[in-house]
Design a protein around this ligand. Structure first.
Ligand code: FES
Ligand code: MG
Length: 591
């Protein structure tokens, strides 16, 4: 556990106040004094707190942090620390091609180098857009410098024609209306833009709100941090308090390794079910756990998370958006409800100091229409189902978004509840899907399952959010808005599709999906939690013997480095060699 700072030199003093090496000390000092710092500050036994700035013009979801910076710095200074802001490689979900997921590990890697190689004693991690939160927590876990996460908060609620319009979710809805001919291109654009009325990240319970909730559930941010909308005054107050607390963490020597325990991850998994969280949370949490050296397995999501009820009535699983979630109490209220029902480990630690139970004292739902109680949930058993079979070792399905219509259409045959047999139609990536979806020769109908492959970490590269494929236009016009879909990529956390995704191992490294052919029969059995191609063993073995790995086209050096070292989504999509490094802060770099 942590000890206090008595008799311990600050790490930054090795740079700024080291009489044993006056030459280097002078060189370190002169250039930092050349800007906004003085010798009293840098040599005065005050901790230097880095602020990892993830916001920029290229990363609008996190740009609020540019405006929060004064408050973070004020908090650090009022607690006796010296703030030093530094930039983080931008990861904008809706800007970076081929996908922002490719850059999570790049931002992670560069954060590790910054935290290890510069005169820092602690760090404030600014988080927001999907991948920024895991990248920051992964880096902090590897380095093990005292660290605290500050969410930028969601945008204000979006509205269109008097109805709530949620980030991402309105895209999936609107593209069906467009395919159906009910709206035109211009209205499509206007509808989507109406969902984004202010600075902040997605206002739905997509991957951004989910991952900020995960940071809070893990104990890595102050209670109440995740849900405060970006433009609210409470967000500025949270920035100030977070800056202050960062200094105290250094004084108390409270590090990520003290916070990121197995109990913390189990709590996070339960909270994910209760909030109706994103299918991107499992790979991100897996990556954080591996860098923290905590054992976690994709099957833990089934075992720990599946039976937890859905409490949060927020899009895409429910009706409301971020403002209502915040007013109903946000993450502490959800955790308070879970704790009350015995579904939370109150002994898990928090950066607030003390236990999670202490941090949650007095927190319950303030609006039970928005945050329900465990006794009266939106849905029972709202977690992920982890499937396996001859097409993959593991894949996830978010059962909380299975609509009554979907269940009735595909999963309720008399005597075969939760079972579906269908014909497979296979697409080789999103371009192939768009080119051929409306081709009548594919004979896609209600008895079809759509597959997409080649879109995992190695294949895409980075793993693409494309598994929530919509049916052909003709089928939508006939009233079929969803078909079951399967793939080795991911889907947006804002999607309401009950896809089977994150299939691992992916096809390009020889996962079973690679052997599937259009026209094969497949059988989904949610009771047994299996999905299998109904191809006899001999034929399957022949296909396996005939298979060769596709040649990959790298567009940049990073794509090649990433593909050479990345693992599978079930294992967090980490740079595998990086998972061997732990607590690197204890190994001071050469002078
Ligand atoms: Fe950045 Fe959703 S696109 S948070
Ligand atoms: Mg996304």
């Amino acid at each position: 556990m942590s000890n206090t700072r008595a008799n311990r030199r600050f790490r930054s003093q090795e740079w700024f106040d080291n009489p044993n090496n006056p030459g280097m000390t002078a060189l370190y000092l002169e250039r930092y004094l050349n800007q906004e710092y003085t010798r009293e500050e840098l040599q005065g036994e005050r901790p230097v707190i880095g602020i990892a700035q993830t916001g920029s013009d290229l990363a609008p979801c996190n740009k609020i942090h540019v405006f929060l910076m004064d408050r973070i710095k004020a908090g650090i200074r009022d607690a006796g620390g010296v703030p030093m802001e530094f930039p983080v490689h931008p990861i904008q979900e809706t800007g970076k091609r081929p996908t922002a997921a490719l850059d999570r590990n790049l931002a992670y890697l560069s954060l590790v180098e910054v935290l290890h190689g510069y005169p820092l004693d602690g760090v404030v991690l600014t988080t927001g857009c999907d991948k920024t939160t895991p990248a920051m927590l992964m880096g902090a876990a590897t380095v093990d410098l005292p660290a605290i996460a500050l969410s930028g908060g969601p945008m204000l609620d979006g509205w269109w024609n008097g109805k709530l319009a949620g980030s991402g979710t309105i895209v999936w809805e609107s593209r069906r209306l467009l395919a159906d001919g009910q709206i035109e291109y211009d209205e499509f654009i206007e509808r989507v833009c109406a969902s984004a009325p202010s600075l902040g990240h997605c206002n739905t319970m997509g991957t951004a709100s989910t991952m900020n909730a995960m940071a809070e559930a893990l104990g890595m941010s102050l209670p109440g941090c995740a849900a405060i909308p970006a433009p609210f005054r409470e967000r500025m107050a949270m920035a100030y308090r977070t800056g202050k607390r960062a200094v105290e963490l250094v004084m108390e020597d409270l590090k990520p390794s003290d916070i990121l325990t197995r109990a913390a991850f189990e709590n996070a998994i339960r909270v994910n079910s209760a909030i109706g969280g994103s299918t991107n949370a499992p790979p991100h949490l897996q990556a954080i756990a591996r860098h923290a050296g905590v054992p976690l397995d994709v099957r833990d999501w089934q075992e720990i998370g599946h039976d937890v009820p859905l409490l949060v009535n927020m899009q895409p699983a429910g009706a409301y958006l971020g403002e209502s979630f915040y007013r109903a109490g946000g993450v502490p209220a959800v955790m308070g409800e879970l704790a009350e029902a015995g579904l939370l480990d109150g002994d898990a630690p928090s950066v607030a100091g003390g236990t999670m139970a202490a941090a949650l004292e007095g927190w319950r739902s303030r609006d039970t229409d928005v945050i329900r109680t465990v006794a009266d949930p939106l849905r029972a058993k709202a977690g992920f189902v982890v499937l396996s079979g001859n097409l993959f070792d593991s894949a996830l399905m978010k059962t909380s978004v299975i609509s009554p219509d979907f269940r009735a259409r595909f999963l309720s045959a008399p005597g075969a509840e939760n079972v579906m047999e269908a014909r497979a139609v296979v697409f080789e990536g999103p371009e192939d899907y768009h080119d051929r979806l409306n081709d009548p020769e594919l004979e896609i109908d209600e008895h079809t399952i759509l597959f997409i492959r080649g879109v995992g970490c190695v294949g895409y590269p980075g793993s693409a959010e494309v598994v929530n494929m919509q049916p052909p236009d003709a089928l939508i016009r006939a009233g079929v808005n969803h078909l079951p879909t399967v793939g080795d990529g991911r889907q947006s956390g804002t999607s309401e599709s009950p896809s089977i995704l994150n299939a691992s191992p992916e096809s390009v490294v020889g996962g079973g999906l690679a052997l599937l052919q259009t026209g094969d029969r497949v059988r989904l059995d949610l009771n047994a939690r299996t999905l299998n191609a109904l191809v006899d063993d001999e034929e399957w073995a022949e296909r396996r013997a005939a298979w060769t790995a596709p040649e990959l086209h790298h567009q940049t050096p990073w794509q090649e480095i990433y593909r050479t070292h990345v693992g599978q989504l079930a294992d967090g999509g980490c740079l595998e060699l990086a998972t061997a490094y732990h607590r690197v802060v204890n190994d001071l770099p050469r002078d």
